[in-house]
Design a protein. Structure first.
Length: 139
């Protein structure tokens, strides 16, 4: 393991610990029953808070799974290699996203495979139409 690998592993371990702490806090949060208040605004606020916390909890759990998977890859000796093509993932990508599963080439394919193209290049290539094109020439 190189020094840079050790640094990436340390970053993942620190994030793993922080995510566990965050998840424990989110799981310990108790909510009052919706409908227990006489004020509709209070009930709406409670419902919003609960929904927000649930979404945050799910996101934290998902992130924790990704970080744990990356740490397991260190143990198996597969960290830093694309899960699709097996090529080494660029170090700059790993620095930016230590739990990256795919090289940029494979990630790009995954993101664009079947997804509608967007952005200025898609327009240039005729894959994206302006609103005026969709509504007809006189729009």
């Amino acid at each position: 393991m190189t020094r840079d690998d050790a640094r990436l592993r340390r970053l993942l371990e620190e994030e793993h610990e922080q995510l566990l702490t965050d998840l424990a806090y989110l799981q310990a949060t108790e909510y009052q029953d919706i409908g227990a208040s006489n004020h509709m605004a209070d009930e709406a606020t409670t419902a919003y808070d609960q929904a927000s916390d649930l979404a945050l909890r799910r996101k934290t759990e998902h992130r924790l799974q990704r970080v744990a998977r990356a740490l397991a890859k260190f143990e198996s000796g597969t960290y830093g290699y694309c899960e699709n093509c097996g090529e080494a993932i660029d170090f700059a990508r790993l620095k930016a996203l230590p739990d990256a599963r795919f090289c940029m080439k494979c990630q790009r394919k995954r993101e664009t495979n079947g997804a509608p193209a967007t952005g200025p290049r898609a327009f240039e290539q005729g894959q994206l139409h302006r609103d005026s094109d969709r509504n007809g020439p006189d729009a």
